[in-house]
Write a protein that binds this ligand. Sequence first.
Ligand code: AHG
Length: 355
Amino acid sequence: MLHYNFLLITFASILLKSIMETKKRKLITLDEFTIQETRKFPNATGELSSLLRDIALACKIINKQVNKAGLVDILGKHGATNVQGEEQMKLDIFANETLINVLQNSAECAGIASEENDEFVSFDDAYSVNSKYVVLFDPLDGSSNIDVNASIGTIFSIYRRLSPLGSPCTEADFLQAGNKLMAAGYVIYGSSTMLVYATKIGVNGFTLETSIGEFCLSHPDMKCSENGKIYSLNQGNTNKYEQGVKDFLNYCMEENKEEGRPYSHRYIGSMVADLHRTLIKGGIFIYPADKKNTAGKLRLQYECNPMALIVEAAGGVADFGAGRILDIEPVELHQRTPIYIGSKKMVEKALSFAQ
Ligand code: AHG
């Protein structure tokens, strides 16, 4: 009898331990996470969560195609040029169309603006005109990296529309400053696929678990460290840079054992990949103005504002050289801006050379 009781107790404690461990390891999907977050705000309707679910769905479809890129004839230039006069590649077009189609069918999106389209698109069906959000996106950033199998990404931003519900969207809905963003995020198609999503109150990362086709919480409450040891910019353009940027580069390369210099230089040439590393490891990413391109290269509404919201919500800084990226009042959809973004102290240091 004693032996039987002992076995029973041992079995029960093993079972309890295993239940506790399963609970500890429980996967939290993006949907579960956003539903939990929504419950914290009594007036929240869940529309933003539903919109995020639709964006995540589009990105899962894009991810599938990105993974297949080497196998099917989808790789290579398509021949068309986008509004910036750059050659589009087939995957760019596929990603753009996928996001537009999914968002048009979403009940929560009134219209979109894409880096690949000249103009914004207003969805005027009965559901969409009554939706309160608009979405801006760069469907496939870093596309020149597709044919070398390096990481690329999708960047998205969500604003509450300014035009009245029930009417078509107007350009003003898409020309809001970054400080009006409701949420922003990116999906990186890399060694694993990850969705990083930010609101003003924080940043969370979700890794795509391919066996169940769900983004699962893997990087809760992401923080950008206050200082870093990696600088990231196209060093090949040094001759074209203003003196302040050249001086900062020299500072980064200078030997100073106490301060851990020289710093390391890393540059993929895909903003999502370079920013993802900056967020996780700390450092600075710069795409400055130069003598020829006085507004830099990167687009305010499709690349810089969403990344600025993410990095600021993680405790970092995003500046255009003379103020916060998020405070720029946009005047056109495809406007460009210089950007200094990343760890607070490193950005401050870089800007101190520009004074
Ligand atoms: P694209 O999508 O045309 O490849 O542009 C990528 C962007 C951005 O992701 C990256 O940081 C930057 O352009 C790289 O530009 P450079 O090649 O001039 O360094």
